[in-house]
Write a protein that binds this ligand. Structure first.
Ligand SMILES: C[S@@+](CC[C@H](N)C(=O)[O-])C[C@H]1O[C@@H](n2cnc3c(N)ncnc32)[C@H](O)[C@@H]1O
Length: 274
């Protein structure tokens, strides 16, 4: 990431932190799958990288109960402050916040049953994040990446009706890019990619409020003039399509499930088939 983009994102997340949970839609479905995957472990130590204001950590801790300890890692201290307020006191003792970078995880090697990340992987240096995830996971540990792919982004309400949204958002991965990057890290195995298709219904006023508040960081990539012009066009596009009634659309996301290979006692690993 260039240092100008890095500074824009730091400013963006600092500004949006206090309203982040309220502005975004939180999906319980991937968390149910994750809780199901981890349910057989007697105690789970996991990390959520790019945890933001903790909306997914609250769901995870509720689903897993107190047999879990979560390291909540983010590079933005404002997000971590919001997370702490959100999770305390109900979940105190079950999590810690850690200021850190996805490309250099501040965790000891082979300590995590799972590395999770929600809506954040496109902000990370991918190769370094995957290698760090491999390092910190125990053998057999899960890497769980919830994200929207570029094609999925093009089909949501912003991709369809908000001018330049998909051109500005060049950071998202396509499914095969992410899968190939995972398969390219020796010691990680790709298990599955689960697509999600959510039917949403909203109002134009709510959508405008979300865009103006920059609920997606993509909006911080517009200049002020570009943004205002695009917003007017968006309102016209939505009115033309939906009139003054409810706005219905689909959001799509994917959960990528990978695992750290288990080594045999002698350290032998099955050769990688290319
Ligand atoms: C789109 S938000 C998602 C937050 C949260 N996972 C959620 O879904 O609500 C992305 C988060 O990743 C964090 N982030 C961006 N780059 C990062 C990096 N290199 N290392 C750690 N966190 C990072 C941002 O500060 C922000 O809180």
């Amino acid at each position: 990431m260039s240092s100008a983009l890095d500074a824009t994102m730091r400013r963006h997340f600092a500004t949006v932190a206090s309203r982040y949970r309220e502005l975004r839609t939180t999906d319980p479905q991937p968390v149910q799958i994750i809780v199901g995957l981890l349910r057989l472990l007697p105690h789970v130590v996991a990390t959520d990288v790019g945890c933001g204001a903790g909306r997914y950590d609250a769901l995870l801790l509720r689903g897993m109960g107190d047999r879990t300890f979560l390291h909540c890692i983010d590079s933005n201290e404002h997000m971590l402050g919001e997370l702490k307020r959100h999770l305390n006191p109900q979940h105190s003792g079950c999590f810690e916040t850690v200021l850190g970078q996805a490309g250099a995880l501040p965790l000891k090697s082979e300590t995590q049953d799972a590395v999770l990340t929600f809506n954040a992987v496109h902000h990370f240096p991918l190769k370094a994040f995957l290698e760090e995830s491999l390092r910190v996971m125990k053998p057999g540990g899960y890497l769980l990446v919830y994200t929207r792919f570029r094609g999925q982004n093009e089909r949501n309400v912003w991709g369809r009706y908000f001018p330049q949204f998909t051109d500005k958002e060049a950071r998202l991965f396509e499914g095969d890019e992410l899968s190939e990057a995972i398969v390219g890290v020796e010691g990680l195995t790709l298990e599955s990619v689960i697509p999600f298709h959510y039917r949403r219904e909203s109002r134009l006023e709510r959508l405008v409020e979300q865009a103006v508040s920059h609920h997606y960081s993509t909006f911080s990539l517009y200049s002020e003039g570009e943004f205002q012009e695009a917003l007017v066009q968006f309102e016209n596009n939505v009115r033309r399509r939906f009139g003054s009634g409810p706005v219905s659309y689909y959001d799509e996301n994917s959960l990528v499930i990978a695992r750290k290979e288990r080594r045999s006692k002698g350290g032998w690993r099955a050769p990688r088939v290319v």
